[in-house]
Design a protein around this ligand. Structure first.
Ligand code: G3P
Ligand code: MG
Length: 267
């Protein structure tokens, strides 16, 4: 493994989690536009398949938390998913947080925002010249191979190699992705909660570009070893810049945050 075998990705220090999810409904086109407006160059977003095979940008197994519907993704086709309002819930959340004074503005701001298809999201990222950490999200019962087979070719064909890293907790999904393209064309991120003991073998087999870890469990020793081995290291999902500060000193590459702007002074 050598960084030189991968595309010349200039991974930024700040990556917006599910877009700029502190300021806009997560994983929507609006959340990515919000990140861009704030000067954030890369976003992390989740991709899954609907029941009819349409790849969409969505985190949960169902739509109840982030829309006005309740169905599981596996039971939705695009025609039904496109009817959902995936923005109004966030306006209500902001209204609760910031009170009546700002209420009207927030309440209406994202109303009518739709679930985004992968195709729409890739087009927006291209237009804004943004980079993406696309997470192949496997909720229980979902098929990792079907997801990778559907998502990887379109992503490779649409976004330049310098503007994308594909990550997943699912090893089978990453294995399928790697079979589809060599490291020079496709940067893969090995995603873990905690770094496993066999990380060296896992990352070497994947020919990984980066390792993505829950920032709360990263140790200085791990970070040093990962960086010496040539991997970019990305910490998720951090929202407290002061608590995260030691990781910059230990050599972490990037932070994934719901509010990346809050990290601008410290990164
Ligand atoms: O990719 C980092 C992070 O997004 C993984 O966790 O649950 O927020 O997708 P989750
Ligand atoms: Mg994610």
């Amino acid at each position: 493994m050598s960084a030189r075998t991968h595309p010349a990705i200039a991974l930024p220090t700040l990556i917006g989690h599910r877009g700029y999810s502190a300021r806009a409904p997560e994983n929507t086109l609006a959340a990515v536009r919000e990140a861009h407006r704030a000067g954030i160059q890369w976003v992390e977003i989740d991709v899954q398949l609907l029941g009819d095979g349409t790849p969409v940008i969505w985190h949960d197994r169902d739509v109840s938390r982030c829309s006005n519907g309740t169905a599981r993704l596996a039971r939705l086709d695009w025609e039904s998913a496109a009817q959902l309002d995936a923005g109004a819930w966030f306006g209500k959340k902001l209204e609760e947080r910031f009170g009546d004074e700002s209420g009207d503005r927030f309440n209406e701001r994202f109303r009518g925002e739709r679930m985004a298809t992968l195709t729409e999201m890739l087009a927006l990222l291209n237009a804004l010249e943004m980079g993406v950490n696309l997470e192949l999200k496997l909720n229980p019962g979902h098929d990792p191979m079907a997801l990778a087979r559907r998502v990887i070719p379109e992503t490779l064909a649409t976004l330049p190699a310098e503007q994308r890293v594909i990550s997943s907790f699912s090893r089978p999904a990453l294995d399928v992705a790697r079979e589809m393209a060599p490291p020079a064309e496709l940067a893969l991120g090995a995603l873990f909660k905690r770094l496993p003991r066999r990380w060296q073998r896992h990352c070497a087999e994947l020919q990984a570009f980066s390792v993505h870890l829950d920032w709360r469990y990263i140790t200085r020793q791990q970070l040093t070893a990962l960086r010496l081995a040539g991997y970019e290291v990305v910490g998720y999902t951090a929202n407290h810049p002061a608590a995260f500060a030691p990781l910059w000193q230990w050599g972490i590459s990037s932070v994934i945050s719901d509010d990346p702007v809050a990290f601008m002074a410290s990164a």
